[in-house]
Design a protein around this ligand. Structure first.
Ligand SMILES: [Zn+2]
Length: 74
């Protein structure tokens, strides 16, 4: 989706919320938990044709924390 094509319906009508502000909301909405009170905000992409949503960790430092703390899936 970050390249502007929906992986589900192949539409090129993809909207990116990378510049949305604030990035996270009430009760850590639009985040995933990291550790303690820390949460990683997400960048979202939405297909304007079928409504499919795809999310990415917004900050590289949060992605690095996940690499350190989360289990690798095989
Ligand atoms: Zn789509």
């Amino acid at each position: 989706m970050r390249k502007g094509v929906c992986p589900k319906c192949h539409s090129r009508e993809v909207y990116g919320g990378t510049k949305a502000s604030p990035k996270s909301g009430w009760n850590n909405s639009n985040t995933i938990p990291l550790s303690g009170l820390r949460a990683a905000a997400l960048d979202n992409y939405v297909c304007g044709s079928c409504g499919y949503v795809e999310s990415y960790i917004a900050k590289e430092k949060d992605l690095a924390a996940i690499r350190k703390r989360w289990e690798l899936v095989f």
